[in-house]
Design a protein around this ligand. Structure first.
Ligand code: ZN
Ligand code: ZN
Ligand code: FE
Length: 759
C-alpha cells in the first residue's frame, strides 16, 4: 500500500480531465482526490503499487481527446491517510505561482452533443449552445485561469437544477463543463434586421434562413466573432457581398454541411479529410472539382476552395437547410473580425441584411484557422481558433518575454520556461481597428497567463506599430532582425538547437545594413546569424506602391537584366508612356526606390512579366495567381538559371539571366502555365545549388525553409524534394505559419534564449 502524488501539466483543464481521473480511480478502487490548480491537475491516490502504476498508465494512454500532457511528475511514498473513496476537490488558486496550466483552444461540437442536438426526445434538441467537457468554446469565453465557470462569459447564466445536477455529477459528460447550458437557463438566439428584432432560438433561426434563401447576407455570431454568411450558389448575393466588403478578388471561405457535400465540390485526400474533420475544424485549402456548381465569385482565379465543416451547434442548424454557405469574417476591409454585440448592429445597412446573434458574450476574438496539406503534413497559414493559445514546447529553458511580431499578419507570443504561447492571428497593423485589437490582445494574453516579461522583443523596423509599442512599454527592448526571427521560429517549432542553414524567402523585412531583405540564406541559431547568400538587391520603385503594383518591380528587373534596350512586353505596354518614363527615371536615379533583395517581389515580377497580374487587390495576389496558373500535377525538366557570384564573404544570387531567358520565352509566345512552372522549378533548383555550396563552405547539413514564400505549395514541395534527395536534413513549418504570423515565435525564442538563466 502506498500514497502517490501525481502532478500533471499541459492542457488538462476544461477538457474533462478530473472526471476522467475520478472515473479511473473509482474503477480501480483507489482512495484520494484530484483537483485543478495553477500548475494543471494534481492527484493524490492511495492503494496497491500495481494499481497506482496502472492508474498512471491509463492516464497517459486514455486521457480525454482535447487534453494534452506536457508534464507528468510522480512523488511516491507520501504519508498514508485514512480516507475512504475518491473525490474531486475544489480548485486551488495559488495566485502567486506562475501558471503552467493553459486554457484549451475552442473545440467543435462533439458527436455525443450532435446526436442530442438532433434527437427530438432530448431536452436540448435544436439548442444552439449545447456542449460538454469534450467540446465547446474555451479560449474565446475565458477571462482568467484556472478555467472555472466564474472566469468565463457564462458567469452571468445561473445553472437550472437539471444543468446543475449534470455539472456536479462526476459520472456525467457535463461534469464541470463550464459552458454547460440548456434552453431553460442558458443563452438564446435573436435575429435583427430592418424589420425589427425576433427573439427565440427557432424563430430567429428561421428568419435568418429565410433571408439567406432570398440571397441576403446575414451576419452570424460564431465562436470567435461574427461571420457574414451568404448562399454560395447565388451570384447576386456574392456580388453584393464583394461590393460591400470592398473585396474584389480574394477567395471567400465556405462552410459545407457534411463530408459528402465537401467531396462533391473538392478533391480531398484521406489526410486532408482528417484535417477537415479534426476537432479544431480549420478552414482547409482543397482543390476545386471541375463541376462544383458554385458561383464563380467564391474564389476567382483560384484552383482551391477554403472549406470548413460546421463547428458550432448553431452552424449545424444553419447548414441543415443549406449545403454550402460562404462564411467570411464580418469586417469592413482589413479591419479585425467583429465580435462585440454593440459593434454588430453597425453591420446592418452596411455589410449585412440581418444579424443572427445571441447573448453568450465572446471575450476574446479569434479568427478561423487556415491550413493546407503540404509535403504530406498539415501547414498552418493562419493560426487562430482551435489552435491558439495551445503552448508550443521550446528546446530550452528561457526567460519570461513578450514578443510583438511584425506588421503584416501580426500575432504576438509569450514565452516562459520551456513553453511559448503564440496568440491568435491579429491582422495587418496598418488598419486602425487592428492596432486597437493588437493592444487588447497583449493585455488579454499577459493577463490570462499572468506574464511578467523581463523584456519585449520586436522587429528591427523602427516604423512598425509593434516596434513603437515595444519602445513605449518601459521594458528592455530586444530588436530581432526579421529574417533571423523567421529562422529562429522555424528552429523553435522543430525543437532544434545549434547552427542551422535557413532559406528565408518573403516579401520584405528590414536588414541589418538598412536595406530591405527577403531572399536570404542565413546560417545561425537563437544567439545570432550570418548572411551567407542573398538575391541581388534591386531598386524597389515606390516602396509600398511596388507591393500593390507588381509591374513596378517587373520594370526594375527588366532594367537590371536588359539595360537601356527594354524588350516589349505587357507589363510595360499597359502603362501610359509618360508614367513609364517617370518610373524609369525613378529607378535609374534611385528616387524613392530602396534596394531590396526580396524573393516575394521576384515572384510578383514574374507574374507581371508573364502577363498574369500587374496590380493586386490583396497582399500576395500576384504570387498566388502565378502558382494557380500551373496545371495540377504538371512537371518540367527545364528551368532558368540564376547567376551565382561570390562577393567577399557573400554569395550573390543574380536573377538577370533568368529574367532574360523568361522574356525570350514570353516573346516566343510561351503559355503562362508553362512559364510559371519553369519559373517555380528555377527557384527550387537555385535553392538546391546555393544550399549545396553553403554546405561545402560551412559543413552544416540542416536546412530550414521559412518566410511567406513557402506558403506556395509548389515551391515548398519541389524544393523540399530536391533538398532531401541531395541528403539535406530538412525542416519546415507545420503548426506555426511560415509567413509573418509565425514571426513572434522566433522573436520570443531569440529574446528568451538571450536572457535565459545561466546554469
Ligand atoms: Zn460535446
Ligand atoms: Zn439548464
Ligand atoms: Fe517575413
Amino acid at each position: 500500500m502506498e500514497r502517490w502524488r501525481i502532478a500533471i501539466g499541459g492542457i488538462v483543464q476544461g477538457v474533462g480531465f478530473r472526471p476522467f481521473v475520478y472515473g479511473l480511480a473509482v474503477r480501480l478502487g483507489l482512495a484520494g482526490w484530484v483537483r485543478n490548480d495553477r500548475g494543471g491537475v494534481t492527484i493524490e491516490a492511495q492503494g496497491q503499487i500495481a494499481t497506482l502504476e496502472r492508474l498512471c498508465r491509463d492516464i497517459e494512454n486514455e486521457h480525454p481527446p482535447l487534453a494534452s500532457l506536457s508534464r507528468f511528475e510522480v512523488e511516491k511514498g507520501r504519508p498514508l491517510l485514512s480516507e475512504s473513496g475518491f473525490a474531486i476537490v475544489p480548485s486551488l488558486d495559488e495566485a502567486r505561482q506562475p501558471t503552467a496550466a493553459s486554457i484549451p483552444p475552442d473545440a467543435s461540437v462533439c458527436g455525443d452533443c450532435l446526436r442530442e442536438l438532433f434527437d427530438p426526445a432530448d431536452r436540448r434538441r435544436r439548442y444552439p449552445f449545447i456542449n460538454c467537457t469534450n467540446c465547446g468554446p474555451r479560449y474565446s469565453i475565458s477571462l482568467s485561469i484556472p478555467y472555472d465557470r466564474a472566469g468565463t462569459t457564462m458567469a452571468g447564466f445561473a445553472l437550472c437544477p437539471a444543468c446543475r445536477a449534470e455539472y456536479e455529477d462526476p459520472a456525467c459528460r457535463r461534469f464541470h463543463a463550464q459552458p454547460n447550458a440548456c434552453p431553460e437557463c442558458g443563452p438564446s438566439l435573436h435575429y435583427l434586421d430592418a424589420e425589427g428584432r425576433v427573439e427565440g432560438n427557432e424563430a430567429a433561426l428561421q428568419r435568418a434562413l429565410e433571408r439567406l434563401r432570398q440571397g441576403g447576407v446575414v451576419a452570424v455570431k460564431g465562436i470567435g466573432g461574427y461571420h457574414l454568411a451568404a448562399d454560395a450558389r447565388c451570384d447576386a448575393a456574392l456580388k453584393r457581398l464583394r461590393l460591400r466588403k470592398g473585396r474584389s478578388d480574394k477567395a471567400f471561405a465556405l462552410m459545407v454541411a457534411s463530408r459528402k457535400v465537401a467531396l462533391g465540390i473538392a478533391e480531398i485526400s484521406p489526410a486532408e479529410l482528417r484535417l477537415l474533420e479534426s476537432a479544431e475544424r480549420p478552414i482547409v485549402l482543397l482543390r476545386q472539382k471541375a463541376n462544383h456548381g458554385l458561383s464563380a465569385l467564391v474564389a476567382p482565379n483560384n484552383r482551391w476552395f477554403g472549406l470548413m465543416l460546421p463547428y458550432s451547434p448553431l452552424h449545424h442548424l444553419l447548414l441543415e437547410r443549406f449545403e454550402v454557405l460562404v462564411m467570411t469574417s464580418a469586417n469592413p476591409g482589413d479591419e479585425p473580425i467583429l465580435y462585440r454585440d454593440e459593434e454588430a448592429s453597425a453591420l446592418l445597412g452596411g455589410l449585412a441584411d440581418g444579424i443572427l446573434g445571441h447573448d453568450r458574450p465572446i471575450h476574446a476574438r479569434v479568427d478561423d484557422s487556415i491550413l493546407r496539406l503540404a509535403d504530406g503534413r498539415p501547414l498552418v497559414l493562419r493560426r487562430g481558433r482551435g489552435y491558439a493559445p495551445r503552448p508550443l514546447p521550446l528546446p530550452f529553458e528561457g526567460a519570461e518575454v513578450l514578443a510583438l511580431g511584425a506588421e503584416l499578419k501580426n500575432a504576438v507570443c509569450l514565452a516562459r520556461g520551456d513553453r511559448a504561447y503564440l496568440g491568435p492571428h491579429v491582422g495587418d497593423l496598418k488598419a486602425e481597428g487592428v492596432s486597437r485589437s493588437f493592444r487588447g490582445m497583449i493585455e488579454h494574453l499577459c493577463g490570462l497567463f499572468r506574464l511578467e516579461p523581463s523584456a519585449v522583443a520586436c522587429d528591427l523596423h523602427p516604423d512598425y506599430l509593434s516596434t513603437r509599442y515595444a519602445q513605449d512599454s518601459g521594458l528592455p527592448v530586444i530588436a530581432v532582425q526579421h529574417h533571423h526571427a523567421h529562422l529562429a521560429g522555424c528552429m523553435a517549432e522543430n525543437g532544434l538547437t545549434g547552427e542551422c542553414l535557413g532559406v528565408i524567402f518573403d516579401g520584405t523585412g528590414l536588414g541589418e545594413d538598412g536595406s530591405l531583405w527577403g531572399g536570404e540564406f542565413l546560417l545561425g541559431d537563437y544567439g545570432g546569424f550570418r548572411r551567407l547568400a542573398h538575391l541581388k538587391s534591386l531598386p524597389l520603385p515606390g516602396g509600398d506602391a511596388a507591393v500593390r503594383e507588381p509591374f513596378r518591380m517587373a520594370l526594375s528587373c527588366l532594367m537590371d537584366a536588359f539595360g537601356e534596350e527594354l524588350p516589349p512586353c505587357e507589363s510595360l505596354a499597359q502603362l501610359p508612356e509618360s508614367e513609364l518614363g517617370l518610373l524609369v527615371q525613378m529607378i535609374r536615379r534611385r528616387v524613392n526606390s530602396p534596394p531590396a533583395s526580396s524573393m516575394g517581389r521576384l515572384f510578383d515580377s514574374a507574374a507581371s512579366l508573364i502577363g498574369l497580374r500587374h496590380r493586386v487587390s490583396y497582399e500576395g495576389q500576384a504570387a498566388l495567381e502565378l502558382e494557380m496558373c500551373i496545371e495540377p500535377g504538371a512537371e518540367t525538366s527545364s528551368w532558368y538559371d540564376f547567376a551565382l557570384r561570390q562577393e567577399a564573404d557573400r554569395l550573390i544570387i543574380d536573377a538577370a539571366p533568368l529574367i532574360r531567358a523568361l522574356m525570350a520565352d514570353v516573346l516566343a509566345g510561351g503559355a503562362p502555365c508553362e512559364l510559371s512552372l519553369k519559373f517555380h522549378e528555377s527557384v527550387a533548383r537555385m535553392i538546391l545549388s546555393v544550399c549545396s555550396r553553403l554546405r561545402e563552405q560551412s559543413g552544416r547539413n540542416r536546412v530550414l525553409l521559412s518566410g511567406g514564400c513557402f506558403q506556395n505549395l509548389r515551391l515548398l514541395e519541389r524544393s523540399s524534394r530536391l533538398l532531401r534527395e541531395a541528403g539535406f536534413e530538412l525542416f519546415t513549418h507545420c503548426l506555426v505559419p511560415p509567413n509573418d504570423g509565425g514571426l513572434a515565435l522566433g522573436q520570443a525564442a531569440v529574446a528568451s534564449w538571450r536572457l535565459r538563466p545561466q546554469p
